[in-house]
Design a protein around this ligand. Structure first.
Ligand SMILES: CC(C)(COP(=O)(O)OP(=O)(O)OC[C@H]1O[C@@H](n2cnc3c(N)ncnc32)[C@H](O)[C@@H]1OP(=O)(O)O)[C@@H](O)C(=O)NCCC(=O)NCCS
Length: 143
């Protein structure tokens, strides 16, 4: 759990990045998920780079002394299924600035749910999205 797969170590690197660097990926993610409003930039982004190209990101914003919200998890389609999302979530959790991390996922998004569950998130509730009317799972991790 929370361990970057060995295959990532030699050929990829993680680093913090700016909104300007990730916004194209985040907009692509919203479009793919059918989220109808523009994304609000997070305060921090962790990215995974391969050969100098950003192929995935995980954002977060600190909400209070206890809580951080994770948002904008995305991996480019041609790089999926290699453990990149799990590596990003695990590393972002270790860097999260508070002991409690919250996030939300569309209920039908099995890939994202599996990623988050594998890294220690637990479902704590379900809500209906005020934006789309779709079912959302709320998840929480502690560190
Ligand atoms: C969700 C997403 C980030 C996963 O990225 P990824 O790098 O392919 O994920 P990983 O390779 O790390 O795999 C993570 C887990 O999801 C599972 N998974 C991957 N694709 C899947 C799919 N299409 N259906 C079901 N499970 C899937 C993997 O098997 C793995 O689980 P396991 O270890 O229990 O087997 C990627 O599909 C994506 O960017 N989707 C569009 C944006 C999005 O939905 N973002 C999340 C918003 S909350």
């Amino acid at each position: 759990m929370r361990q970057a797969p060995a295959l990532l170590a030699s050929e990829a690197r993680m680093r913090l990045a700016s909104w300007e660097e990730v916004k194209e990926l985040v907009y692509a993610s919203y479009e793919e998920q059918g989220i109808p409003h523009a994304p609000a930039p997070a305060s921090s982004y962790l990215v995974l780079e391969k050969e100098g190209r950003i192929v995935g990101c995980q954002g977060w914003r600190k909400l209070s002394g206890f809580f951080t919200e994770f948002c904008h998890l995305y991996v480019l389609p041609s790089f999926r299924g290699q453990g990149i999302a799990k590596a990003l979530v695990g590393e972002a959790l270790s860097r999260a600035p508070t002991p409690v991390v919250l996030t939300t996922v569309l209920r039908h998004n099995k890939a994202s749910l599996r990623t988050l569950l594998s890294q220690g998130f637990k479902p704590v509730g379900e809500v209906i999205s005020p934006y789309t009317g779709r079912e959302i799972v709320v998840l929480c991790a502690t560190k």
